[in-house]
Write a protein that binds this ligand. Sequence first.
Ligand SMILES: Nc1ncnc2c1ncn2[C@@H]1O[C@H](COP(=O)(O)OP(=O)(O)OP(=O)(O)O)[C@@H](O)[C@H]1O
Ligand SMILES: [Mg+2]
Length: 506
Amino acid sequence: MASQETFKEHSVAEFFKKNKQMLGFSGKIRSLTTIVHEYVTNSFDACEEAGILPEIEMEMKETGKDRYLLKVKDNGPGIPKKHLGKALGMMLAGTKFHRYIQQRGQQGIGAAGCTMYSLLTTGKPVYAESGNGKEIIKCNISVDFKTNKPVLTNIIEEPSDFRGLVVEAEFGDVKFEKSNYGVIEYLRRSALVNPHAKIRFTDPSGEAIVFPRSTEEIPPKPVEVQPHPLGITAHDLLDLSKAESEYSRLSSFLQARFSRVSLAKVNELKDMLPEINFNKNPKNLSWEECEMLVQKFKDIKWISPSADGIIPIGKDLIEKSFVNVLNPEIVVVSERKPKIYKGGIPFVVEAGIAYGGGIASAGKKGEVMRFANRAPLLFDAGGCAITETVKSVDWKRYNLKNFDEEPIVVLVNISSVHIPYVTAGKQAIAGIEEVSDEIKNAVMEASRKVQVYISGKRKKKEAETKRKVIRRYVNQLSSDLAELAETDDEEKLKEKLSEMVENRYT
Ligand SMILES: Nc1ncnc2c1ncn2[C@@H]1O[C@H](COP(=O)(O)OP(=O)(O)OP(=O)(O)O)[C@@H](O)[C@H]1O
Ligand SMILES: [Mg+2]
């Protein structure tokens, strides 16, 4: 048995220091892509919430073996001074975790995870500049691992018209490579589903690549949605009721804090639970009462959760992006209605298929592009519900012989206020039944459209071959017929026969 001296507590920062692979820091190429992913998704989220068209500039310089300096600058709202340290130097702190809102980040760990990785591999803090258009704050930020508290040094505050965030950090044990899992591929995919963004990346050789903006339309602002009664547990209800400060009666608290709870629904609950006083202060709800309420929530016929907070990419933009980036012969997109998982969390799946044309000439085959809230998922494909579902489709039924051999790209984007990721590294979607089923339905719907196209195309090709073969006999046939019919109007016969062949086989 372990002695009492070995019993110690540790902070979340220490935990992730030991388990950095959980945040995506495993392998040199992956670690670098993870870093770029965290900064880019943060910039996109911040810009979207502030209604700004994002412009991100990134520069990477090699500073040693497997060591790079990365500078990321965005034109977002910046981070207020009082939050800057926590945002970049404290694990599990941020503006997204506690809200039901569709954003790419959701845990409050991405940016601080990068600061941690910089400290662990180079011993250096990150340098940050945050401006709101009037003032700028510049400082170095590191993490105190023992306490998971941010440490700010060299703070300078001065007037400035700069608005946005700049982060400059040096990372070791990372590698820049132009591979399918590298930074450039990540940015390419990001640009594909975020055509409203402009991204400029200067690679370590000094070569700059620009992903231009192809639409000036800012995606709708993400709005916070309230939890649906079917998605919450007794513990959630107790937490929310204790935190309530505005509503002093249970009946009004339920109507105000949950989606789809009307006065009529509260009255239904009252009839079902005469032992509960619905005029009581929600702060005084007991665990037993919460359990009873959650139990009864399941017996009520609710309207499905509102999908107002869900922002898919949209058919038009997916089509446009596919054409811009892949120039395929055919593009199909299935648009689906919102669904719910875990009884209360709404989500929307979009599936697009691009086939032939530029995909064939680029030598791409059987590719699956996975996205969650418009952020590309490049890693952990094997354990992701999207890959598993796409691979499980019987493609032969859709006139495609072998998925891995066809010039086909399947894009799946899942949008939700809470994406069910497998790990904190946010690279794979968990195989929750409702989610997997919906991915399958979306992919199959798109596949059927491809099937119609391909079978139409095959029929056309067959007809074309027949037409060519038969046309070869027209000359001979018309001269033979002219001889048989004892006429010298062979030309007319030829014309008529050609017409018949054309009509029959086109
Ligand atoms: N470029 C930025 N502009 C404005 N605010 C930012 C920016 N980057 C980070 N933030 C703020 O810092 C917080 C912490 O970022 P961090 O990436 O650690 O967590 P997150 O994005 O909330 O969730 P996740 O861990 O899933 O990425 C964010 O919630 C946001 O409030
Ligand atoms: Mg983040």
